[in-house]
Design a protein around this ligand. Structure first.
Ligand code: ZN
Length: 263
């Protein structure tokens, strides 16, 4: 069955879902336009709200950090004032699908991010907007990389991409002997529904290793994304990494250990 390039709370919906999608009923309350990004909220959201600045800056940071080609892909961001309003919309658009706090949908050229206002709103919108940036520039990035980078950029900029809770989880599981980094295994995952919290954490760790350790690793990632954006055939990033290095999995563990002590 053809996979549709949608994300619903990081779950790819399958083709059989298409006929069940109801027309959009976006929030009506306020609309803020920032370039190709349109934010619609079902309450009075001011243009100078920090969340608007966060999203605008994020697009710039993601593009600059990953050296992504600039696109004018419109992205509609829907923000709901309550979980009830959000769930009503979700049920209207995607009846029967699991409830999520936020999601990114790409369908027929339309990019949409939806989230409910709450304590996780910044993290959720940053995560889903990172998906939108990647898909706009790269097309369909590998699942693990898509999620790893979304986890990397979802946290506030001052953290430098260090996701403390993921690092703690990986450290705990490593010490207990229940986890060892295995990028090829991660690359083999094709459905977000198969990704565990540990998979998300490991995907983030690889993204962190690639972006924050050596210029060669960062260049490898940038070059890989650039190849994908040009639809050029590219080997999996893991193969390229293992060709350049003897044991990047050991480097990943060393990075986690070193950085955890410094944070
Ligand atoms: Zn995601």
């Amino acid at each position: 069955m053809e996979r549709w390039p949608w994300y619903l709370g990081c779950i790819v919906l399958t083709g059989c879902a298409l006929g069940r999608v109801a027309p959009s009923a976006p929030p009506k309350g306020s609309q803020i336009v920032r370039g190709p990004m349109v934010v619609e909220a079902d309450f009075q959201l001011k243009g100078d709200d920090p969340i608007i600045g966060q999203l605008t800056d994020l697009q710039s940071v993601v593009g600059t950090t990953l050296q992504l080609p600039v696109t004018s892909q419109p992205v509609i961001v829907h923000i709901f004032s309550s979980s009830d309003r959000f769930h009503q919309y979700l049920e209207h658009r995607f009846p029967g699908y699991p409830v999520r706090r936020a999601f990114f949908i790409k369908h027929q050229g339309r990019f949409e991010v939806c989230a409910q206002w709450g304590e996780h709103i910044v993290e959720d919108l940053r995560h889903e907007m990172t998906h939108a940036c990647l898909h706009a520039a790269v097309g369909d990035p590998p699942l693990w990389l898509d999620e790893g980078l979304a986890e990397y950029f979802e946290i506030p900029p001052h953290t430098g991409g260090w996701h403390a809770s993921h690092a703690e989880l990986l450290g705990r599981e490593y010490v207990a002997g229940r986890w060892r980094p295995h990028l090829p295994q991660l690359e083999a995952l094709s459905s977000p529904a198969d990704m565990t919290q540990l998979n998300y954490a490991e995907a983030w760790a690889w993204a962190y290793l690639l972006l924050n350790t050596t210029p060669a690793r960062r260049e490898l990632l940038v070059h890989h994304l650039n190849s994908l954006s040009q639809n050029a055939a590219s080997q999996p990033l893991g193969e390229l990494l293992y060709r350049n290095e003897v044991a990047p999995h050991d480097a990943l563990i060393a990075m986690l250990s070193r950085e955890s002590k410094m944070k």
